[in-house]
Design a protein around this ligand. Structure first.
Ligand code: PFF
Length: 454
């Protein structure tokens, strides 16, 4: 494949915003607050931060190294470094995980879209949590409307992906991500100053380690992977569009800081308000859709703020969903030689179908359980807690044990244009080769009960 025909990012800011755009999404604003709520607060956050620093950063370096070295989609990348080997399973996991994540992500994207429309109605905002909770269940359990919203969300993502990397993904991310950041900070300030918010702050700050179980640890690991878009080739794919001179450390650190900062601020915007309004923090997926409208109801120009918030949340969801779609589309176009447009259509049909199942499983199909989970929960649990950690494990093993050390060094030092101390490189390689694989394996084995450590 000739490099000149591949699309790519136009500038450093563009790469950064696109990677951060992929990382920052529903995972931060929708999933993180309710995971914190379901898993006991501060102890979960500490574990999450521990995994981000110890595991996610080295995995992010590794994904960038593979993608930029090979300049190809996940399958093509692995195949060019280790042709026709078992390592191609990284490609399979990536495509399956991406479809599985999109099958619930685009449903929540659809809810967000509906909430943008809802925010226009003056009667939508109320300080009554029961009424907000009813509004949410009435909508999400209604068969057809959430399915239509899911398909609409998926369609918008697909149209951006057809437009390509520079003119689609990069252009939109640049403008909207900074706006979202400002809005979430304002919400956090309001939430923290509500009467009764201090209980929520305590919940976020004082860890109760007795709440930690093997499932909490797995959930924190899964959330860290999910939030940073790791373990499913997304960063490999984006890495393949990154200019050879770009400093991979800088991009990784800055994206991780932006993503973690966002998650924490989202936690501060949601959790204190949850306590102030007397809502139970373990509501699950509906949490932000019930809590935030209550904050908006208490603000001047609440409707305008609600419209802006859900609109920008929608954009954050889109910048992530396009990165998820890109993994599948890049595979179809480069490996199966299908045109970009047709690849997007096929992807739309597959995710449209599974997403519909997942959406209906909140309402009409809620009694159909597989492994004791609804379709929605099954797609979420399997991708975040199983596929992403296994994908991440394979990625670090691949870079640590299969790739040539000189090639890894060459990528991390951007062809020698960044001075990378040999000792620091040795330490990074040690984490990639030993620490990260061992840590991920322990968490996975512990969660299925093969070993019992915590
Ligand atoms: N990181 C995104 C979020 O937090 O919403 C979700 C996501 C995007 C997960 C891309 C995985 C991925 F490859």
């Amino acid at each position: 494949m000739s490099q000149t025909t591949r699309d790519g990012f136009g500038s450093r800011f563009g790469v950064l915003v696109a990677v951060a755009g992929s990382a920052v999404g529903l995972g931060n604003l929708w999933r993180f607050p309710y995971m914190v709520g379901n898993n006991g607060g501060a102890a979960f956050i500490l574990l999450y931060l521990f995994f981000v620093i110890l595991l996610c950063l080295p995995i992010m370096f590794s994904e960038f190294v593979i993608g930029r070295r090979a300049q190809a989609n996940v399958f093509g990348a692995v195949n060019s470094i280790a042709p026709k080997s078992g390592w191609l399973s990284i490609g399979i996991i990536s495509v399956v995980a991406s479809i599985s994540i999109m099958s619930f992500y685009s449903v929540v994207g659809g809810w967000t879209l509906e909430y943008v429309f809802k925010s226009f109605s003056p009667s939508f905002l109320t300080s009554n949590s029961d009424s907000l909770s009813d509004q949410f269940s009435n909508f999400s359990q209604r068969g057809l409307l959430p399915v239509i919203m899911h398909l609409l969300f998926l369609l918008i993502s697909a149209l951006i992906v057809v437009a390509g990397v520079k003119n689609g993904i990069e252009k939109y991310s640049k403008i909207l991500m900074p706006m979202l950041f400002v809005l979430v900070i304002l919400l956090a300030i309001r939430s923290l100053t509500l009467p009764g918010a201090s209980e929520g702050v305590k919940f976020l700050l004082y860890p109760d380690f007795s709440k930690i179980t093997s499932q909490t640890v797995l959930a924190a690991l899964g959330q860290a992977f999910f939030s940073l878009s790791l373990g499913m080739g997304c960063i490999i794919t984006y890495g393949s569009y990154v200019n050879k001179k770009e400093n991979l450390f800088k991009i990784s650190f800055m994206s991780a800081i932006a993503d973690t900062g966002f998650a924490i601020i989202a936690g501060l915007a949601v959790v204190p308000a949850v306590f102030a309004f007397g809502i139970s923090p373990d509501q699950g997926p509906s949490l932000v859709f019930i809590t935030l409208p209550q904050i908006f109801a208490q603000l001047p120009f609440g409707n305008i703020i609600a419209i802006s918030f859900f609109f920008i949340l929608l954009i954050a969801a889109l910048t992530s969903s396009i990165s998820l779609l890109e993994v599948v589309v890049a595979y179809f176009t480069e490996e199966l030689k299908i045109s970009r447009k047709n690849s997007v259509i096929i992807t739309f049909i597959i995710i449209g179908f599974f997403g519909t199942l997942s959406s209906l499983s909140i309402g009409p199909l809620k009694n159909i359980l597989l492994f004791n989970k609804t379709f929605f929960d099954l797609f979420d649990y399997t991708s975040s807690n199983i596929l992403l950690p296994i994908g991440g494990l394979l990625v670090v093993l691949f870079v640590g044990w299969k790739m040539k050390k000189e090639d890894v060094f060459d990528e991390l030092s951007s062809g020698g244009s960044i001075s990378l101390n040999k000792k620091i490189f040795g330490a990074i390689l040690f984490v990639i080769k030993f620490m990260a694989p061992i840590a991920i394996s322990i968490v996975l084995l512990n969660s299925i009960g093969i070993i019992k450590l915590f």
